[in-house]
Design a protein around this ligand. Structure first.
Ligand SMILES: Nc1ncnc2c1ncn2[C@@H]1O[C@H](COP(=O)(O)OP(=O)(O)O)[C@@H](O)[C@H]1O
Ligand SMILES: [Mg+2]
Length: 386
């Protein structure tokens, strides 16, 4: 099963490209699923049909769904959901409000990633297209297996031990409910599954990210940031699609200025994303809705090529040997060196770029090595070990 994740700023064309890619892949005979993970779903509008939390057929070889967090929580995470709801209620939060609070922003993406893992096991689809929420949320959530690992190691293990002690003693007189063993089992299961999601997301044979931009300054800078963080999280990036490019024929009159700015922005894009395949599609004089227009979009972007093919992949984290020891090097194309912070604790390398953190679990062969010099040269951070 191959997964293609479309991400980018709001309004750039993620949903349109997702349905367009999905339709074209299905037409080529791939068993395809297109799923929306943006809680402000518009996939159904794009495909001209109404969708729900389960896959429904929308064309030959093509199923579609819109992830619904509440449904997924009730279905798979009853224990976790139930405990947190009870916890909030014990603190005086109304039941309905408690239910809403338990669903945190971005949980759609977590639910979707777990669904993805399930479909992979079922071998039900050849191709899965994910239409995601705007960049920042998606990025933070793609790193969720790493984050969950941290919580699991530092928080849940200790809590489980504490609760075991507390239940027969203070637990009896406390108003706050203590989590049950089944709650911890559910967390353990969530953790185990997140590890397999992590594996899936970091292997370009299984999953790649396609960045979508428009030739506009503000869109470009957000996407540059996305690129850095995807590299940091070790998620393979496949291509950049520049959507809504005004055709040269609109250079007269009202659009003259737009075209001039677009020229400069396209140059910026080429400088910034030079090592990715860059594909483009025109700004149409209409909304891209319905199968005919969506098919035109995929032909304009991918030509005669299979739009679900693997166009390229970057594998940004490298482990290497040096004369005096070893090194880890990471492509961080747009990072600023003064905002980089690197430290080593045990077998884990902590890297901080701005407000994002990444932990890299080092291979066994790095055990006992000391952190050496870190250098940021030519868009690549190299951390040496002695
Ligand atoms: N190439 C294009 N030309 C004209 N309109 C487009 C193009 N691509 C997308 N649109 C329109 O722009 C709006 C936003 O597109 P959408 O795919 O929903 O973006 P996103 O999912 O990134 O928020 C929609 O109305 C869509 O029909
Ligand atoms: Mg959308």
């Amino acid at each position: 099963m191959r997964t293609i994740i479309y991400t980018g700023k709001g309004g750039v064309g993620k949903t349109s490209l997702s349905s367009s890619t999905a339709l074209a892949a299905a037409k080529r005979g791939h068993r395809t699923l297109v799923m929306s993970t943006d809680s402000a779903h518009s996939l159904g509008d794009s495909l001209g049909t109404s969708l729900g939390p389960d896959p429904i057929p929308v064309a030959p070889n093509l199923d579609a769904l819109e992830v619904d967090v509440l449904t997924e929580m009730e279905r798979h995470w009853k224990e976790v959901y139930g405990y947190f709801t009870a916890l909030l209620q014990s603190q005086g939060v109304e039941e309905i409000t408690a239910k809403e609070f338990v669903v945190l922003p971005g949980m759609d993406m977590i639910a979707a990633l777990l669904l993805l893992d399930e479909y992979k096991r079922q071998e039900r689809y050849d191709t899965v297209i994910m239409d995601t929420a705007p960049t920042a949320d998606t990025l933070r959530l793609l790193s969720f297996p790493d984050v969950l690992r941290w919580y699991f190691e530092h928080f849940f293990k200790i809590q489980k031990r504490m609760v075991k002690v507390a239940r027969p003693t203070v637990g009896k007189v406390m108003k706050t409910p203590l989590p049950t063993d089944r709650f911890f089992d559910a967390i353990q299961q969530l953790y185990d599954r997140s590890l397999s999601v992590r594996e899936l997301l970091s292997d370009p044979r299984h999953s790649t990210v396609r960045l979508v931009v428009n030739p506009q300054k503000m869109v470009i800078s957000e996407t540059q940031r996305a690129y850095t963080y995807l590299c940091l999280f070790g998620i393979p990036i496949e291509m950049l699609v520049v959507n809504k490019v005004y055709p040269a024929s609109s250079k007269d009159g009202y659009f003259a200025e737009v075209l001039k700015e677009q020229e400069q922005n396209l140059a910026t894009i080429r400088e910034a994303f030079g090592d990715l395949p860059i594909l483009t599609s025109p700004r149409y004089p209409y909304e891209v809705i319905g199968s005919e227009r969506l098919t035109k979009l995929s032909t304009d972007v991918f030509g005669e090529k299979d739009p679900s093919a693997l166009f390229a992949s970057t594998n940004p984290v490298r482990f290497t040997s040096t004369k005096s020891g070893k090194a880890v090097s990471i492509e961080l194309p747009f990072a600023e060196s003064e905002k980089l912070d690197v430290s080593l604790r045990g077998d884990t390398l902590y890297i901080r770029v701005g407000w994002h953190k990444r932990t890299i679990l080092l291979p066994y062969s790095y055990a006992g090595l000391k952190l050496g010099e870190a250098r940021y040269v030519g868009g690549r951070l190299t951390v040496n070990f002695r």
